[in-house]
Design a binder for this molecule. Structure first.
Ligand SMILES: *Cc1c(COP(=O)(O)O)cnc(C)c1O
Length: 228
């Protein structure tokens, strides 16, 4: 099932990418979100071609990485507490959820210790959902400037988790994020190449792609519902 699901998600991604302005480019990267799924299921997805794994908890990722004898990239997509930064920096190729200067600083420090340049995205809380993490719009520019200056961080773009709304209500939010992303690309961040906009999950990834996402994070559509 996982193999077939992955294939159809891929087809949907390609189709959605064709249905958007050429200026957004044809490329969309798929992060296969494996939280609460087994290492066995992860192997199945990787053997069917998944190359990037998304996990939202450091502890869970650590346990799985020890068991998964596969060469893949790991993205942290969940909130990161400062006491877990050390492990996160050794585990993850990309941390998508940077949302404060304090956290950025802690990541920078741990990355320096192990001689790593850590790829990061800044997560934006566009509509100030209190239940969600992410930096508020009014604090975004100072955070981007700070991250840009940190020597062991490589700022690659923005990440967004849409509120759980029906399609036509989330589209304007994705469009807003795309505008914000393009503005960020043009802003003065001398040490950063802003090229990634990570948004869209199972119920909204096609909408996100047509609005300009170039990274989508999909779990349920590939692995089925999660058991908690
Ligand atoms: C769980 C999760 C996803 C994937 O959600 P699905 O609805 O299962 O596709 C994507 N992004 C983040 C940040 C998540 O926590």
């Amino acid at each position: 099932m996982i193999k077939e699901n992955l294939a159809s998600v891929r087809e949907n991604i390609v189709r959605a990418a064709k249905n958007r302005p050429a200026a957004f480019g044809p490329d969309v990267t798929l992060v296969a979100v494996t939280k609460n799924h087994t290492v066995e299921e992860m192997r199945e997805a990787i053997d069917a071609g998944a190359t990037i794994i998304g996990e939202n908890r450091v502890q869970e990722a650590m346990q799985k990485k020890a068991l998964l004898e596969r060469n893949v990239k790991w993205h942290l997509i969940g909130h990161l507490q400062t006491n877990k930064v050390k492990h996160a920096v050794t585990l993850f190729d990309m941390i998508e959820s940077v949302d404060s200067e304090k956290l950025a600083c802690a990541i920078n420090k741990e990355a320096e210790k192990i001689g790593k340049i850590q790829d990061v995205l800044v997560q934006v809380n566009l509509v100030k959902e209190e239940s969600k993490t992410g930096v508020y719009l009014e604090d975004l520019d100072p955070l981007l400037k700070a991250v840009d200056q940190m020597e062991h961080l490589n700022l690659r773009g923005l990440m967004f988790i849409a509120p759980n709304l029906e399609a036509e209500k989330v589209r304007p939010l994705f469009e807003k994020m795309r505008a914000l992303f393009e503005r960020t690309q043009k802003s003065c961040l001398p040490n950063s190449k802003i090229e990634l906009l990570s948004m869209g999950m199972t119920h909204d990834y096609e909408i996100a792609i047509t609005a300009g996402a170039n990274v989508v994070r999909v779990g349920t559509a590939i692995f089925g519902p999660r058991q908690y």
